[in-house]
Design a protein around this ligand. Structure first.
Ligand code: XMP
Ligand code: MG
Length: 180
């Protein structure tokens, strides 16, 4: 697995330290509000677990799975809900936990769905952001790291369902995905 990584972008320690900062910011901003924190599966599952342990106020957790049509390294913008929430979002303060923002299409679709369901507020925390790749006007309220346009894996992020269990985030060697 290690051999398929061209370069480690963020070590386990760097990620953990950033996640603590994000958790502290969320705890401060949502003091007294009991937000519903939504994990976007599967990519955000490790980030959700670590972030939630660093949020020091009462929260509720829920999970949503979406799939975007298109090939495995680029999203097409057509999003489908594969697993919906168990919880009603009506009147709730929502915090969406996402692994990475690329074109922004997945998140703009999700935000739109939650607003149409009458959420009171919708904010986004994204661990990684590729601002150079945006096709819609969308920014996270909390961002961990801005990264260049390279395909990254680890810490929840996959290529063809592999590498999610790496504790760090790295750039995948291009030959891994161009040869298939
Ligand atoms: P959009 O374009 O809708 O894409 O903002 C967001 C989703 O695309 C996936 N994505 C990646 N997954 N490494 C990955 O493992 C990457 O570098 C990467 N870039 C985008 C991811 O599923 C994210 O939720
Ligand atoms: Mg994803």
């Amino acid at each position: 697995m290690q051999n398929d990584i061209q370069e480690v972008l963020y070590s386990e320690e760097q990620i953990q330290s950033k996640v603590r900062e994000l958790g502290a910011a969320v705890s401060r901003d949502y003091e007294g509000r009991n937000p519903l924190v939504i994990c976007v599966l599967k990519g955000a599952f490790i980030f959700m677990a670590d972030l939630s342990k660093n949020i020091a106020i009462p929260i509720e957790l829920d999970f949503m799975a979406v799939s975007s049509y298109g090939n495995s390294t680029r999203s097409s913008g057509e999003v489908r809900i594969v697993k919906d929430l168990d919880t009603s979002v009506e009147g709730r303060d929502i915090l969406i936990v996402e692994d990475i923002i690329d074109s922004g299409l997945t998140l703009s679709y999700l935000i739109d769905v939650l607003e149409r369901r009458n959420a009171k507020s919708v904010r986004v925390v994204a661990l990684f952001d590729k601002p150079g790749r945006r096709t819609v006007d969308l920014n996270a309220d909390y961002t961990g790291f801005s990264i260049p346009d390279a395909f990254v894996v680890g810490y929840g992020l996959d290529y063809a369902e592999h590498y999610r269990n790496l504790p760090y985030v790295g750039i995948l060697k291009e030959e891994i995905y161009s040869n298939r």
